[in-house]
Structure formats: structure tokens, C-alpha cells
Design a protein around this ligand. Structure first.
Ligand SMILES: C[S@@+](CC[C@H](N)C(=O)[O-])C[C@H]1O[C@@H](n2cnc3c(N)ncnc32)[C@H](O)[C@@H]1O
Length: 250
């Protein structure tokens, strides 16, 4: 079964990304028509390439689009160091310019991780993502989830901020946005996507002290397994710091 490779990340890093990586590996395995055909993957807002380089290491072709030249420089170095520079193409740009950088309907998989929260217009962004995906192609969307943030603010004693977030506004009425599962499902449907899976991400890892995870023998691996165990349970969706959604372009 794919998806249980956390060799490149350890401790809290693995616990933060394992659920998304598991799901992504399954998508990539099912997207290629056979094991030797690489998928065409576009990582928009891919930053320093934490996911892009790992996807390229599986043999897929990855195009990263990001407005930050610093992030792209780190991505280039990381791709080189990991021997996948030939499979990673980087463009400086943003989600609004994606149609100029990637042929319409060409991507098998689009990653949009941690970006919907900060774009000018989420509906326009999702429409742009739909434009580069082929029909049947898959969007991997990772967003901040609102309910967990309400709990985190309250636990930190920021009760006013928690109350404001509860009603949907960002704490000081600025970015980043936070979404509920229903809001994401509605936006995706309007943009021409069919949601196929939703996962709770980082249900526990942000709540436990790092000293416990990083220094107790076996704790990090046990935490990763716990995160995996709750990711598909609907009752845990509102407790995830993030929500990971897989959605197929209709
Ligand atoms: C929170 S980071 C996420 C990075 C990466 N996707 C990940 O999951 O590790 C957000 C990234 O989005 C990029 N970004 C900011 N505004 C953007 C936009 N309008 N379109 C595309 N990317 C954007 C930033 O430069 C940054 O690299």
C-alpha cells in the first residue's frame, strides 16, 4: 500500500504531512495509466518544494508556480540536491497567471496547498485551477480549517478572537482566511469540481508539546499513526488544523 513513507520527514514534520502525502501518493498511483507513465503535476504556490520534490522523486513531472523568487531558489537547490532537477520546472508567477504558464486542460494533478487562504479571490483561484486540469484530473487542496482555530484561540486565552473566528471572519479581518468543510465543498462544486475525499490534517500534532514528540522514543511514529487513524473519520474533520480535499474536475 502506498503512502506510508515518512523517511524524508521526521517528528512533527512527518505528523503534519503524513495524511496529505498518503492521499497524494494514492492519487498519483491511480492517475498514471501505468506505473511507467509519469503524471503531469502542477504545484501552485509550491514554495520551497516540500511536496514538489517528493512528487518528482516518484518519477512525475512537476511544474511549480510561485511568486517568491527566494522560495524558487530554495526549490531549485532542493531539486538539484535530490537528483530531480530534470523533472521540476519552476515559474515565477501566481495563480492569476497560471493560464499563461501552463497549457489549458493539460495537468493530471494540481496541488494548491496553503494558498487559498491568502489569494485575492478564492472563487477566481479555483476557476483558474479547473482551467489547467484535464477533465477527470484531480485537485489536491489543503486549507486552514476554522473550527480548530477557534479552539486553539480559546485555549490560548484569546476569547474575543475565538468568538470572531467562530462567526467566520478572520481575527483582525485580514488574511489568512479559514474555511469550514461545508464552505470548501460549496466553493469546489461551484468551480466545477466533485469532491471525492476530505481528510482532517494535524488533529493532534499542534496541541502536543514538541519536547514530548521529538524526544520521547517512539512518540513521533505513534503520533503519525494516530493522525492517520483519525484522518478519515468525519467526527474529527472539525478538529484538524487543516482540511485536505481531493476533488475531481468534472
Ligand atoms: C503557506 S505557503 C505554502 C507553500 C507550499 N504549498 C506548502 O504547502 O508547503 C504559501 C505559498 O503561496 C505562495 N503564494 C502567495 N500568494 C500566491 C498567489 N496569489 N498565487 C500563488 N501562490 C501564492 C507564497 O509565495 C508561498 O510560497
Amino acid at each position: 500500500m502506498p503512502g506510508h513513507d515518512t523517511s524524508q520527514l521526521q517528528g512533527r514534520g512527518a505528523a503534519r504531512t503524513a495524511v496529505v502525502w498518503d492521499a497524494l501518493q494514492e492519487v498519483l498511483a491511480s492517475t498514471s495509466s501505468d506505473a511507467r507513465t509519469p503524471a503531469s503535476v502542477v504545484d501552485i504556490g509550491g514554495g520551497t518544494g516540500g511536496f514538489a520534490v517528493r512528487v518528482a522523486e516518484l518519477g512525475h513531472q512537476v511544474t511549480v508556480i510561485d511568486p517568491s523568487p527566494d522560495a524558487l531558489a530554495i526549490l531549485a537547490r532542493r531539486a538539484e540536491e535530490n537528483g530531480v532537477a530534470g523533472r521540476v520546472t519552476a515559474h515565477q508567477g501566481d495563480v492569476a497567471s497560471v493560464a499563461e504558464l501552463v497549457p489549458a486542460g493539460s495537468a493530471d494533478v494540481v496541488l494548491f496547498h496553503g494558498v487559498l487562504e491568502i489569494v485575492d479571490d478564492p472563487a477566481d483561484a479555483l476557476a483558474a485551477l479547473a482551467g489547467v486540469l484535464r477533465p477527470g484530473g484531480v485537485l489536491s487542496l489543503l486549507v486552514n480549517q476554522r473550527h480548530a482555530a477557534v479552539v486553539a484561540r480559546a485555549m490560548a486565552g484569546h476569547f474575543q478572537q475565538a468568538r470572531t473566528l467562530l462567526d467566520g471572519a478572520a481575527p483582525e479581518d485580514h488574511h489568512p482566511r479559514r474555511f469550514t468543510a461545508d464552505e470548501v465543498a460549496t466553493m469546489l462544486d461551484r468551480a466545477g469540481f466533485e469532491s471525492t475525499a476530505m481528510h482532517a490534517v494535524r488533529v493532534f500534532v499542534d496541541l502536543v508539546p514538541s519536547s514530548l514528540v521529538d524526544h520521547e522514543p517512539g512518540a513521533a511514529a505513534a503520533l503519525v499513526e494516530l493522525e492517520r487513524a483519525v484522518a478519515d473519520r468525519p467526527e474529527y474533520l472539525p478538529l484538524g488544523t487543516q482540511l485536505h480535499v481531493l476533488a475531481r474536475r468534472r
